[in-house]
Write a protein that binds this ligand. Structure first.
Ligand code: CO
Ligand code: ZN
Length: 331
């Protein structure tokens, strides 16, 4: 699984520019699913048929990652940029970016002596150019961050874009583990989550699931002086109760918790005061679709080194496989 995680986290794919990661996912799901398609926005939809009279369950994880976009090139060839998704400017100085066309650049700051935290207007990308004429990128070009994955010990790994490539890994591993599920399972690898969960709503509208479980990362409260949140790395995948954008369907929360208890899998309950996931968009499409989320605890979200614990990933796959394989009754 480590090799798969590395392949996915190191792949390029800022929101709306998911082509490279999408091709990898299509290649990986095609031998395993009954039907694979790509919709008009670029969401990958892989379906597995279940037994008669089961539910239609959608599992959804987003393929896109945060990034930046060129907004201005000055007379000396330095590029000003906007962010794609929630990129914190504090994490950026000295960081490397790679554009869709393969060009590399480094992020610099106007006044390196300043003690003040940088704002976007203080930052630029240097691609080694001297003028707009010899600059190898153009206004509107998009870049992702560059950082190889590293395994710190048996359980913990750091990489860019664990958010949400680790969710894509959980979906793929669940797809591999499925044997004759009770329910039809629709695996969606979505686009444009980081800019406002834009791919998920259309995917759910189109495929008409009865129930949706998103798989994404959640913050933790276990770092020194971390903000108060009952969430620790390595203590189990999290069943979302609420986040900044939604209240998970209480019947689905109960079902997921009951299945974790029945399988004696560790789990945590997630109360996240900010942020949201694709489950928010699926909950409010059509006539409303019961939606919830299984979250992988993650430190340093939206930085170049997001940390997860492999045990949470493995237990998440086990729980999700059980939930979608057995009878689903929301009550
Ligand atoms: Co994110
Ligand atoms: Zn995410």
């Amino acid at each position: 699984m480590i090799d798969l995680i590395q392949k996915y986290v190191e792949a390029y794919g800022p929101s709306a520019y998911e082509d490279a990661i999408r091709e990898m996912i299509i290649a990986d799901v095609t031998p395993l699913a009954d039907d694979v398609s790509v919709d008009a926005l670029g969401n990958v939809i892989a379906k597995v048929k279940g037994k008669k009279n089961g539910q239609r369950v959608m599992l959804i994880a987003h393929m896109d990652e945060i990034g930046v976009m060129i907004s201005h090139i000055d007379k000396n060839g330095f590029c000003r940029f906007m962010r794609i998704g929630g990129v914190n400017p504090q994490t950026l100085i000295g960081h490397r970016v790679r554009f869709t066309n393969g060009v590399m650049g480094v992020i610099g700051v106007d006044d390196p002596r300043s003690q003040r935290l940088p704002k976007y207007d203080d930052l630029f990308i240097d691609v080694g150019a001297n003028s707009p004429e010899d600059c190898p990128v153009s206004i509107g070009d998009t870049a992702g961050f560059v950082r190889p994955m590293a395994q710190l010990n048996e359980h913990r790994i750091i990489a860019k874009s664990m958010d949400d490539r680790i969710g894509c890994v959980v979906l793929l591993e669940t797809l591999k583990a499925l044997k004759k599920p009770q329910n039809d399972v629709i695996f969606v690898f979505s686009v444009q989550e980081e800019v406002g969960t834009r791919g998920a709503g259309p995917a759910a509208f189109h495929t008409k699931p009865d129930v949706v479980i998103a798989v994404d990362v959640t913050a933790t409260g276990d770092t020194p002086k971390g903000f108060p949140m009952d969430m620790d790395l390595g203590k189990g995948p999290a069943i979302k109760v609420r986040d900044g954008g939604m209240l998970a369907d209480p019947r689905l929360v109960r079902l997921m918790r009951d299945q974790a208890l029945a399988a004696e899998l560790p789990y945590q309950m997630e109360i996240l005061p900010f942020g949201t996931t694709d489950a928010r968009a699926t909950q409010v499409t059509r006539g409303g679709i019961p939606s919830g989320c299984l979250s992988i605890p993650c430190r340093y979200i939206h930085t170049p080194s997001e940390m997860i614990d492999l045990r949470d990933v493995q237990n998440g796959i086990a729980l999700l496989t059980k939930v979608v394989s057995e009878k689903i009754e929301l009550k």
